[in-house]
Design a protein around this ligand. Structure first.
Ligand code: PMV
Length: 346
């Protein structure tokens, strides 16, 4: 009898980043938010190797690798090049979520690439976690429904970063634009179908604090001024609800106004910076219908809405003059995807 060789499987899973249109921070306290998946993705290519280790490479971030090992049904980080550490922790947390039957998993080499800057508030962590979960569940032949994938990815993100409403992972899993709400007991999301593509200009400036630190800063403010901060959250929720109709009607003027209101409310929470305000003002000065910080704040991205795609490119130049880095991105309906990996991806 001849030896039967098992073919080592390989997959490439990718998931989009996101831009929060409305509702950041208030969403952590149960208010609705609107989040849109973007046309920039994180791809995790996985090639089974058959040995007991998982080797992670991220050529965009740095040379070297991180080594992960399976121990007692959990994937643990054994060693890592310092620049790969955060990504490696997220990957190991994501893998641990899909290991129903750890004995089914063999070693693999993983290669992660990103089409967006890391730490800009564009949801790279969420996209990495979602793509990792999708990739491994496909290799293990485990079918996950959308809600389960969102929940597993949220838990993985939460275990590493200590804070996650689940909004980013929701956009990464389902794609498109979504009205998102998290209550104490559940996560709800509903696809919004804007009639037309939104001409946005998004600029990036480095962050002073990361998301978990900024969420804590807001929580501390709330401890000191509870009634005030809760009133601001209510207003942010109101703006999100108004924006749903404006999006359905493609009422750009109204959306712009709501973005300006949203930036004022987020500033009132104390999370804007001089650099963000300068970009917001530059975008408005260049004809934007509205502009706001997007994501956790304390640096990161500003998004602005233009009357047309040509005008959005004009705003890009203004964002650059104000010290920002224009990202030229757009919203995308495409959520998580898994394909067979090609050799050049590995
Ligand atoms: O990490 P960012 O910059 O995408 O922002 C997260 C949005 C927050 O509402 C501040 C936090 C959350 O978990 O929703």
């Amino acid at each position: 009898m001849g030896v039967r060789l098992t073919r080592l499987a390989s997959v490439a899973a990718s998931a989009p980043g996101k831009v929060t249109l409305f509702g950041e921070h208030a969403v952590v306290y149960g208010q609705p938010a609107i989040v849109g998946a973007i046309n920039r993705r994180v791809t995790v290519s996985i090639q089974e190797t058959g040995d007991a280790t998982f080797r992670l490479r991220m050529p965009d971030v740095g040379e070297g690798e991180a080594i992960l090992r399976l121990r007692n049904g959990e994937v643990k980080l054994q060693s890592s090049e310092p620049r790969l550490r955060m990504a490696a922790l997220l990957v190991s947390a994501a893998m641990s979520q899909v290991l129903q039957e750890p004995e089914k998993l063999r070693g693999a080499s993983l290669r992660v690439t990103s089409e967006m800057p890391v730490g800009a508030g564009l949801g790279t962590s969420a996209a990495l976690v979602v793509a990792t979960i999708a990739g491994f569940s496909s290799l293990l032949d485990e079918k996950l429904d959308t809600k389960t994938m969102v929940e597993l990815a949220r838990r993985a993100e939460l275990s590493v970063q200590g804070s996650s409403s689940g909004m980013d992972v929701c956009a990464s899993v389902v794609g498109g634009m979504n009205l998102f709400r998290r209550t104490r007991s559940s996560i709800q999301f509903k696809k919004l179908q804007p009639r037309e593509a939104l001409p946005v200009a998004v600029g990036f400036t480095p962050r002073i604090l990361d998301t978990a630190q900024t969420v804590r800063k807001v929580a501390e403010f709330r401890k000191r001024k509870r009634a005030l901060v809760d009133a601001i959250f209510e207003c942010i929720g109101l703006v999100s609800n108004r924006a749903v109709q404006a999006l359905r009607d493609s009422d750009l003027e109204s959306l712009g106004e709501l973005m300006n209101a949203s930036h004022g409310l987020l500033s009132a929470l104390g999370i804007s910076t001089r650099e963000l305000d300068e970009m917001v003002n530059a975008a408005r000065g260049a004809g934007a219908l509205g502009a706001k910080l997007t994501g956790a704040g304390m640096g990161g991205c500003v998004m602005s809405l233009a009357q047309s795609f040509d005008k959005a490119r004009k705003i890009d130049r203004a964002l650059e003059l104000a010290g920002g880095h224009p990202l030229k991105l757009s919203f995308s309906p495409v959520g998580v995807r898994v394909e067979e990996a090609t050799s050049e991806r590995m």
